[in-house]
Design a protein around this ligand. Structure first.
Ligand SMILES: Nc1ncnc2c1ncn2[C@@H]1O[C@H](COP(=O)(O)OP(=O)(O)O)[C@@H](O)[C@H]1O
Ligand SMILES: [Mg+2]
Length: 509
């Protein structure tokens, strides 16, 4: 591959935003017929670099050439004319329009939806996408919307595709589907750049990796000649331990007891079916299951945010007293010390106010959730400073408006806020969704510290490998039912995976 002309050659690219040097004399080659993984911690300049290829930003310095010819990319249209298409982290589709209407939106010429739909079906057949041209965006899952975005750039003739953290919003199954179409596109000769933080995805999908650190190009190499440890060390700049501690629970006592919990959604479909379990203080109870198995409803039911059909959820106090949580409002439950941190598929609408600074966003939580902050006598500013320091949030300071932070950094603030403020019970779902590897390990560490402090942690995760390392016990959900509860230590990935897809796995309890 090295003796071919690169599809894209970026040389000495520098881009600054005020005092921030987002890209510092970066060079990068992208080849056709190859999937390149662009790696780096949050804030290392990956999105900025790709935004200069897709015409969103213009470099302060440096040159870009396409197929050996120097080019100037001043707008997204220039990028499209050069065959470059980018799928952004936040989709730009019009909700009330159909897939086909969105795909042709803004194209010159007379609108012929029938012809467009035909061409869309051809693209889908060629690469293995599933898109119904007539389906409205508001009716689509996140994964379907992402597919529309990809088809949209292909429709416009892109043969250099950039995907910015596409799997952050996908389930493992949806990710597999996406990877299959990306491989088909690569085999068809397209050049593909993918930004992802998940090492096993990098290893499974990419042919080559390129690494950025603090805006600088650190190196690139064929994926098969490196490994997760080396890539992580290069991203972070020093050796990182890729181990998750699992200290033994200290004096675990029942904290939350769920019995016969049954929940239906608004359409009357059963989401939780006779679910029973106990969550102990000082213990991490991991919840495994394929997406949509009832994880969300379970956490929301405990937090008082989900109407329940039948069953019981009891909170057991330090003195052994029991309180029924069903029927209590979310604020009253929060005041017992139950904290919910749910990172949704779309990270933006996550309970942070973009125009407010970090400290004020901390305060927002204390308003919402009552006493926890005041009992620890920490001011919102101190809490913000702690979160920024512990999670290495890259921000000029705690008085920076949250909207100026990158997506990953916003998430660190949000998750850090909830984890740090959990006095008794921490309900957390998808805490590391889209976070870089170093931040993910910091979050695991933070969760372990809450466990050590006696918090009952209920952890919903997407990464089964991590669940197996982190959780003391793993409850497996399958179609809203508990298919088993197994000890984390010694649990086999295959066995848990099977329990995720069928009921009646071995329960060791
Ligand atoms: N529009 C912008 N205004 C100010 N700073 C920005 C802007 N876009 C990115 N940055 C800053 O540039 C740096 C690199 O950001 P980004 O390219 O988004 O990193 P990554 O995608 O690797 O997480 C960060 O410090 C970020 O805060
Ligand atoms: Mg980014």
């Amino acid at each position: 591959m090295d003796n071919k002309t690169p599809a894209v050659k970026m040389r000495n690219i520098t881009k600054t935003f005020g005092p921030t040097v987002a890209n510092d004399k970066v060079w990068l080659d992208i080849y056709r017929g190859e999937i390149l993984a662009l790696l780096g911690e949050n804030g290392s300049g990956k999105t900025t670099l790709m935004n200069m290829l897709s015409g969103i930003y213009f470099p302060d310095e440096g040159t870009i050439s396409i197929d050996g010819k120097d080019v100037v990319i001043r707008s997204p249209k220039d990028a499209f004319d050069l065959g470059i298409g980018m799928i952004h982290q936040h989709f730009k589709l019009v909700d009330v329009l159909s897939a086909a209407e969105n795909i042709v939106l803004g194209l010159p010429g007379k609108l012929d939806l029938k012809a467009a739909s035909q061409k869309i079906r051809e693209i889908c057949a060629l690469y293995g996408f599933e898109v119904d041209p007539a389906q409205k965006i508001y009716d689509m899952s996140v994964s379907q919307k992402q597919t529309v975005e990809i088809v949209k750039v292909l429709y416009r003739g892109a043969d250099i595709l950039i995907l910015d953290e596409p799997t952050a919003v996908l389930t493992p199954q949806e990710t597999d589907k996406l990877f299959a179409v990306l491989r088909n596109m690569r085999d068809d000769g397209k050049a593909i750049v993918i930004i992802t933080h998940k090492m096993h995805e990098v290893e499974a999908l990419s042919d080559r990796v390129a690494i950025l650190r603090h805006g600088q190009f650190i190196g690139d190499m064929p994926t098969r000649r490196t490994n997760a440890q080396e890539m992580t060390n290069m991203m972070v700049g020093h050796a990182v331990t890729l181990n998750i501690d699992r200290p033994d629970p200290v004096d675990p006592k029942p904290r939350i007891e769920v019995k016969g919990l049954t929940v239906r959604n608004i359409e009357g479909i059963i989401k939780l079916d006779d679910v029973s379990f106990t969550a102990n203080s000082g213990e991490i109870l991991g919840i495994a299951g394929i997406s949509g198995s009832g994880q969300k409803e379970l956490l929301e039911a405990i937090a008082g945010l989900q109407p329940v059909e039948s069953g019981s959820i009891e909170y057991i106090g330090d003195d052994g007293s029991r309180e029924q949580l069903l029927g209590k409002d979310p604020l009253a439950i929060a005041e017992l010390g139950v904290s919910l941190s749910f990172v949704p598929e779309d990270r933006l609408g996550m309970g942070l106010v973009g125009n407010m600074d970090l400290s004020d966003n901390m305060m927002l939580r204390s308003f919402r959730r009552g006493r926890s902050l005041f009992t620890d006598r920490r001011t919102p500013k101190q809490l913000a400073e702690t979160v920024v320091r512990e999670l290495e949030v890259s921000t000029p300071g705690v008085s920076t408006p949250v909207r100026r932070l990158s997506g990953g950094n916003v998430q660190k603030v949000l998750v850090g806020r909830e984890i740090a403020a959990a006095p008794k019970v921490l309900l957390t779902a998808y805490a590391v969704r889209g976070l870089d590897i170093n931040s993910s390990y910091t979050i695991y560490d933070l969760i372990n510290r809450q466990k050590a402090a006696g918090v009952a942690v209920i952890y919903v995760g997407e990464d089964l490998d991590v669940l197996l390392e982190l959780a003391d016990r793993i409850l497996v959900l399958c179609g809203g039912k508990v298919s088993g509860i197994v000890p984390g230590r010694g649990a086999q990935k295959r066995e848990v995976g099977m329990m995720m897809t069928k009921l009646g796995g071995n329960s060791h309890e």
